[in-house]
Ligand binder design. Structure first.
Ligand code: SF4
Length: 301
């Protein structure tokens, strides 16, 4: 059967991920003998974490503990804050412990944090649309009792008095976010709404929606299960009514029998997915190969 394959653009690391990886590598080069610990996953991809370990960069991660709690495990040396940012309390605690700080927070995340802090200083309530437990969201909702986390419309408080500022995690679904914003606006017409979805997230999601008239019957989203922007790409694919949507971390997770029933397959990837992994998947689905090539970890970074 003739099968069409479309690589949805853009792909590869976003600017924030590129910056974080470059900072971590530079930190190791400049400090060859110092213990360096990354506080959580530098970016949400298991292969990137493994590749960083080859540079003797240790990652400490435990989804049941906050960044503030994880910091207790670092005794000395350099701490790298991840692309998702940290709360001011984490910054203060790292300084008090005498750790040297390298901050790899993405500039778009820093911008959201600054806007939120500005409105908190003006005594506004902040409704923050994001995901509980995600480090980017945690850095904001753990910073003040005046931040209310909104994961769905059910979390919108029924009665809040005073100024309300509404913003969001940078990697939310553009469709879901508009719906939540509208519900907030209906309930609190005076609320000031500020959409902070980053450009890398927006263009990747829009590119999926733009497939609408191309008879795509299969969408492969390459990325880590822990990556929010990857999960949202799949959600957008389902919203766009693509019949078969699958998220895979690498080529071993491809269901070749299923994929080979599709006539037009689109392949996209999250902003923290190494292009090397996406290339392997493209080669696999374009060929008649029975199994994927092995991953060479030295090709990841
Ligand atoms: S997805 Fe957006 S916010 Fe996250 S690191 Fe990339 S550019 Fe920054």
């Amino acid at each position: 059967m003739e099968r069409k394959i479309t690589r949805v653009q853009p792909q590869g690391y976003c600017g924030g991920v590129l910056q974080a990886i470059a900072l971590a590598k530079k930190c190791r080069q400049e400090n060859p003998d110092t213990p360096i610990t990354i506080l959580g996953n530098l970016v949400h991809n298991t292969y990137v974490k493994k590749a960083l370990a080859h540079y003797h960069l240790t990652t400490i991660e435990d989804s049941s503990r906050s960044r503030l709690q994880l910091l207790d495990d670092i005794k000395d040396g350099i701490v790298i804050f991840t692309a998702h940012g940290v709360s001011p309390q984490v910054y203060d605690k790292a300084r008090e412990k005498g750790l040297q700080i390298v901050d790899a927070t993405c500039p778009f995340v820093s911008q959201t944090q600054k806007i939120v802090q500005d409105h908190l200083t003006q005594n506004a309530w902040v409704f923050y649309v994001g995901k509980k437990g995600h480090p980017e969201a945690e850095a904001i909702y753990s910073s003040s009792d005046h931040v209310i986390l909104i994961e769905s419309t059910q979390d919108i408080p029924s009665h809040i008095e005073g100024e309300i500022f509404v913003t969001n995690q940078t990697t939310m679904s553009i469709l879901e976010l508009q719906s939540i914003f509208q519900t907030i606006k209906d309930q609190y017409p005076h609320a000031l709404i500020h959409d902070e979805i980053c450009n890398a997230t927006r263009v990747r999601q829009q590119a999926i929606l733009d497939l609408k008239d191309q008879n795509v019957d299969g969408l492969i989203v390459v990325g880590d299960p822990s990556s929010n922007n990857t999960q949202k790409l799949a959600a957008i694919g389902k919203e766009a009514k693509i019949p078969y949507v699958v998220c895979v971390a690498d080529a071993t997770e491809i269901d070749l029998d299923q994929i080979r029933t599709c006539h037009h397959i689109a392949i996209t990837s999250g902003a923290s997915t190494p292009t090397y992994l996406t290339d392997q998947i493209c080669r696999l689905v374009s060929s008649d190969a029975a199994k994927p090539e092995p991953v060479d970890i030295d090709c990841i970074l």
